[in-house]
Design a protein around this ligand. Sequence first.
Ligand SMILES: O=c1ccn([C@@H]2O[C@H](COP(=O)(O)OP(=O)(O)O[C@H]3O[C@H](CO)[C@@H](O)[C@H](O)[C@H]3O)[C@@H](O)[C@H]2O)c(=O)[nH]1
Ligand SMILES: [Mn+2]
Length: 605
Amino acid sequence: MVRSVLDVDSVGPMESDPPSDLQTEAHPKNRFGNELPRVDLFVCTADPVIEPPMMVVSTVLSVMAYDYPPEKLSVYLSDDGGSELTFYALTQAAIFSKHWLPYCRNYKVEPLSPAAYFKSAASPRDHTKHRQDFIVIQRLFEDLKNRIEKVTNIGRVPKKLRLEHQGFLEWDSFTSPRDHAAIVQILLDHDEDTEGHSLPKLVYMAREKRPDHFHNFKAGAMNALIRVSSMISNGPIILNVDCDMYSNSSDTIKDALCFFLDEEKGHEIAFVQYPQCFENITKNEVYGGSLRVLREVDFHGLDGIDGPLYVGTGCFHRRDILSGKSFCNSSDQGSKLTDWKSEKDTHCNQRETENIQILASCTFESDTEWGKEIGLKYGCPVEDVITGLSIHCRGWKSVFHNPKRNAFLGVAATTLDQTLVQHKRWSEGDLMILISKYSPAWYGIGRVHPGLLMGYMMYCLWATSSLPTIYYSIVPSLCLLNDVQLFPQVSSIWFLPYAYIIISITAYNYLEFLRCGGTTRGWWNDRRIWLYKRTSSYLFALLDTILGSDLSFVISSKVIDTDVHERYEKEMIEFGVSSPLSIAVATQSIINMICFLGVCYKINV
Ligand SMILES: O=c1ccn([C@@H]2O[C@H](COP(=O)(O)OP(=O)(O)O[C@H]3O[C@H](CO)[C@@H](O)[C@H](O)[C@H]3O)[C@@H](O)[C@H]2O)c(=O)[nH]1
Ligand SMILES: [Mn+2]
């Protein structure tokens, strides 16, 4: 039985002319006044230890503070860690938001995350009202931080504090993060801020977890969010961000809507993807964490042919399309964004959440199309890319929007091991897509533009590039040691093609990196990290896929201890823990070293 709570057919034609560019006067807010669509904002977190609640609620506060009518906004936090610490932090953030949002509105604050704002903002000079307000809000924020960090440090919420919110009763029957009932708590229901303006809705959700039910990682959380939000606010537009990716620009929602509401092309667009940018990138990025060429070249290229991949965060989706709607099934070949004025405004208060909890239960999805035809796809560690591909296969297009001021800023990996583990997940996921139902090698043919298919293939073949790379980084050294001639002599004419290829590729790659704003040292580091990734992450991803290992999702840590942080700032490579991935890198270096010493010895004797 297909059970969907989503009314995907409720899409009608639009009444007014949408704007077609990002000019201020054409911004949706100015053209549509108060008749803008509702937007649901999803933040996902999964572990209060490696994703500290203070960081999570700063992200939540940042998306609550968008310059967009707050009565049209609903913010949902999905907590896969089912942690009362995160819930406590959210209850406190809800109180703080009553001060923070008016402050952002009155003083046009950027960035919208209070943690990021107070890290960089200097107190306004003179005895202005702004200065007084700054001091007050800064003190409130310090209080908030102290309260949350105190509770996080002791690892539980003291009894006295639990009495402050009845939501804590849910944790009375709580066994463990892997074994608990669904929790849905509406913390703000368009309450008023200190100036009497409405606040966005704020909802906490921890979906049900049972040891005998596979929970499908972030894809499972997102699907539960889609269902739960459909009963509470049902915004036709959904933004999803990871818990570290705070909003850095208050205009982002309006910018994204310009694409969806565009008169000529808007009806074809399923999602608007912003680049993943990071706050903690050092000048020469020792782990190549900024992915700058991917952001500044690859994705813009894909944008020219039907649009970029969906990369899981900083992405606006149309709810109906994310839920499975096809381009060709819709009456007018694509469809304009919901006629949101006539759309029913679902309202639900805390007393009614019991019915909603069913939507976040383990069993709700049994024998349904969720994870297959509805919502985000299951069975792949890069649920984002495979979901985006399936949307492209259904005939929709996407847009890459890379504004000058970064729209979102997150935390990039800060150790070698984290980098290698993350890339193993990504390359393994991409390879699984190649052999999945949606493979760009067969299913996509005829459905997706050949250029875009090649774009997908580039990522799908990452894991397989490990084999030639390992070959080229070991065999020539062994040949050198054993006097086996692998390449033509430098004096031979046959050497020219080799020289041409190596020099031109390297020069092109170097210039491209510089053009994207990188440094020479950064390029060198980037080359090195690609070699490491290819010979370890990609190799293990390939082996795990061939051997059919169990699906896993190692969550990247967003905390960093002081020593490691210092070394990261100094751009020293952090070997830290020993893992099979670093062993692969070390083995390869040792082989090369032995060959090199062997050759030196031979020359000398
Ligand atoms: O069971 C899980 C596992 C993860 N997450 C959340 O998923 C997000 C991404 O996890 P992270 O460890 O930060 O992975 P990254 O490699 O940084 O994430 C990139 O790659 C993922 C796919 O591999 C995408 O889901 C992400 O959106 C994308 O930013 C985080 O907010 C997590 O809290 C869950 O909600 N439930
Ligand atoms: Mn992340």
